[in-house]
Write a protein that binds this ligand. Structure first.
Ligand code: GLU
Length: 479
C-alpha cells in the first residue's frame, strides 16, 4: 500500500511552529516514500474555526515549501478534506455503530452526569455508569429518538487493554478502565475530535500518523474506534514536544511561536524548515544545514528522539545566516529589495553597487532585517563616533598628513563614488611620496574614511560610500 500521510490543522489560530514541524515531517515522509501528502482541515469547532485562519495556515505551509498533493481545492476520490463538509459522513458512521451495538444514545441529564463524575473521582467507579449503556434500554432510546428527542451518541468502551507500537515511543499499553464511554456525536450532531479524526484517517486511506506527543492519550480512544469500524489502525509516530530553554511548554513568552511572525521578520523559509526539522529528528550523516529536497532521499521515522526538543531562537537565527550566505548575490539583492525600507538610499543605486554591497555584508548578517542597519551604520553614517583605538590612530603624526592629501584629492569631487583603483593609487602615493607604511598607512586610511578602526575590506567599503559622506568624515577627523 502506498504511503498516505496527512497534516490535520485546526484553523483556530495561526500556524504554530510545532504544527509546522509536524507538517514537515509528514511531508518529508511522503516524499521519501513516493507517497502522498494530504492536508485535512479539522474545522468542526465552529466557534473557534475561521476561514481566514485556514487560508493563513495553508499560505504559511506553502511559504515553507510544503505543498500538499491532496486536500482542500485538490480533492481526490476519497475526499472531501474539510471536516465541515463531512458532517453527514460522521453522522452516518455514528448511527452505524449504534445499529451494531457499539455505541448508544445517552439520555442522562446533566445532573446525572455530574453525579457520575463526582463518584468516579471519589470512588474510582467508571466515568460513565448511566443505564443507557445497557442493551435492554436501547429500544426505548431509539423510540425516543424517532419521536424527535435529541441525545448524544456515546461509544461503548470495551473492557480490555489496548496496545500499539509507536515508531518513536515503542510499545504503549493502555490498561482497561482508563476511559469511560465517551461521546462521539453530540446531540446537535457535531462529531467529537477523536471520532471524526479516525473516520477520516480511515476513509482518507491514511497509512501513517505522525503528530505531537500530546496526542498519545487520544490514541487509546482512537484505537477503540478503529476496531469498532473494522478498520486497521495506521502506524503511529508521536514526536516529542517543543519546549523553551526553561524546559516549559513553548509559549509566546519564549518568543515568536507562529510561522507568520517569522515570515514577517524576514526569516528564510528554508532556514525555518531546516531548523524545525532538526528539533527532535537527526540527519543520518549528522548534517545540520540542508534543504528540504536534500532530505527526500534520507528522511525516515527511525531517527526521532524521545526527549523534548528545546526551541532556541539564537540557533535558528544562526541557521538563517547560514542559508543566507549560501545564496548567490543576485538572489540576495532581489530579496533585499523587498526588505529595505521604501525610499532608502539602497534602492537608488545601480545593480553593480547593490551586488557589491550585498557581497560585502552578507557575511555580517543573519537576517535580512539586519542589512539596513549595517548599511546605515557603516556605509551611510555621516557622524561617526570614534572608539579609543580610532582616537589613538587619529593622534598619530602621519594621520593628518594622509587627511590633508585625501581632502585635496577629493576637493573637486562632490558626488558619486571613488573607485577601488583610486583608493589603491592614493595609498600608493602616501606610501611612496609621504613615506607612510604599514599600520599607520592602513589604519590611517581606515579611521579617516570610515571612522572605525576595523571593518570589512576597506577598498570595497570605500567604493560603496558616497564621496559626500567620505568628505564629511574627513572633516570631522580634523576637529
Ligand atoms: N486537529 C488536530 C490538531 O490540530 C489533529 C491531531 C492529529 O494529528 O490527529 O491537534
Amino acid at each position: 500500500m502506498s504511503v498516505r500521510v496527512r497534516f490535520a490543522p485546526s484553523p483556530t489560530g495561526y500556524l504554530h511552529i510545532g504544527g509546522a514541524r509536524t507538517a514537515l515531517y509528514n511531508y518529508l515522509f511522503a516524499k521519501a516514500n513516493g507517497g502522498q501528502f494530504i492536508v485535512r482541515v479539522e474545522d468542526t469547532d465552529q466557534e473557534r474555526s475561521s476561514k481566514e485562519f485556514e487560508v493563513e495556515q495553508l499560505a504559511d505551509l506553502k511559504w515553507m515549501g510544503i505543498d500538499y498533493d491532496i486536500g482542500p481545492g485538490k480533492e481526490d476520490e476519497h475526499g472531501p478534506y474539510r471536516q465541515s463538509e463531512r458532517l453527514d459522513i460522521y453522522k452516518r458512521e455514528a448511527l452505524k455503530l449504534v445499529e451494531e451495538g457499539k455505541a448508544f444514545y445517552d439520555f442522562c441529564s446533566e445532573e446525572e452526569l455530574e453525579q457520575m463524575r463526582e463518584r468516579s473521582q471519589a470512588e474510582g467507579t467508571p466515568a460513565y455508569t448511566g443505564k443507557w449503556r445497557e442493551p435492554k434500554h436501547w429500544d426505548e432510546a431509539k423510540k425516543r429518538v424517532e419521536a424527535g428527542e435529541k441525545a448524544p451518541i456515546r461509544f461503548l468502551v470495551p473492557d480490555k487493554d489496548y496496545t500499539f507500537t509507536d515508531k518513536v515511543r515503542g510499545e504503549v499499553t493502555f490498561p482497561k478502565g482508563m476511559v469511560g464511554d465517551f461521546v462521539i456525536l453530540r446531540s446537535n450532531e457535531m462529531p467529537v475530535y477523536n471520532f471524526c479524526n479516525v473516520v477520516d484517517d480511515h476513509m482518507h486511506r491514511i497509512t501513517h500518523v505522525i503528530r505531537g506527543e500530546d496526542h498519545v492519550n487520544n490514541t487509546l480512544r482512537q484505537l477503540m474506534i478503529y476496531e469498532a469500524l473494522g478498520a486497521q489502525a495506521p502506524v503511529f509516530a508521536h514526536v516529542s514536544l517543543l519546549i523553551g530553554a526553561d524546559r516549559q511548554k513553548l509559549s509566546k513568552r519564549h518568543g515568536a511561536t507562529s510561522v507568520t511572525l517569522y515570515r514577517e521578520q524576514s526569516y528564510l523559509p528554508e532556514a525555518l524548515a531546516n531548523y524545525l526539522c532538526l528539533l527532535g529528528w537527526s540527519h543520518p550523516e549528522e548534517k545540520d544545514i540542508f534543504t528540504l529536497e536534500e532530505l527526500y532521499s534520507v528522511f525516515n521515522l527511525d531517527r526521532f528522539s524521545k526527549s523534548h526538543a528545546i526551541y532556541d531562537m539564537e540557533k535558528l537565527k544562526w541557521m538563517n545566516g547560514q542559508h543566507l550566505k549560501n545564496k548567490d548575490d543576485a538572489e540576495l539583492v532581489k530579496d533585499l529589495e523587498g526588505n529595505v525600507s521604501h525610499g532608502h538610499f539602497f534602492h537608488k543605486q545601480n545593480e553593480q553597487w547593490k551586488l557589491k554591497c550585498v557581497g560585502l555584508y552578507k557575511e555580517k548578517i543573519d537576517l535580512y532585517s539586519e542589512f539596513e542597519s549595517q548599511l546605515d551604520q557603516y556605509v551611510l553614517n555621516e557622524n561617526v563616533e570614534y572608539s579609543d583605538e580610532a582616537k589613538e590612530a587619529l593622534g598619530w603624526e602621519t594621520t593628518p598628513q594622509i587627511r590633508t592629501y585625501l581632502l585635496e584629492r577629493l576637493s573637486d569631487v562632490n558626488q558619486g563614488f571613488v573607485s577601488e583603483e583610486d583608493l589603491a593609487e592614493w595609498m600608493n602615493y602616501c606610501k611612496k611620496e609621504l613615506k607612510i607604511k604599514g599600520k599607520p598607512l592602513f589604519m590611517g586610511f581606515r579611521v579617516l574614511l570610515t571612522g572605525q578602526n576595523h571593518g570589512p575590506d576597506l577598498k570595497v567599503l570605500i567604493s560603496l560610500t558616497p564621496v559626500s559622506i567620505l568628505k564629511k568624515r574627513l572633516e570631522k577627523a580634523g576637529n
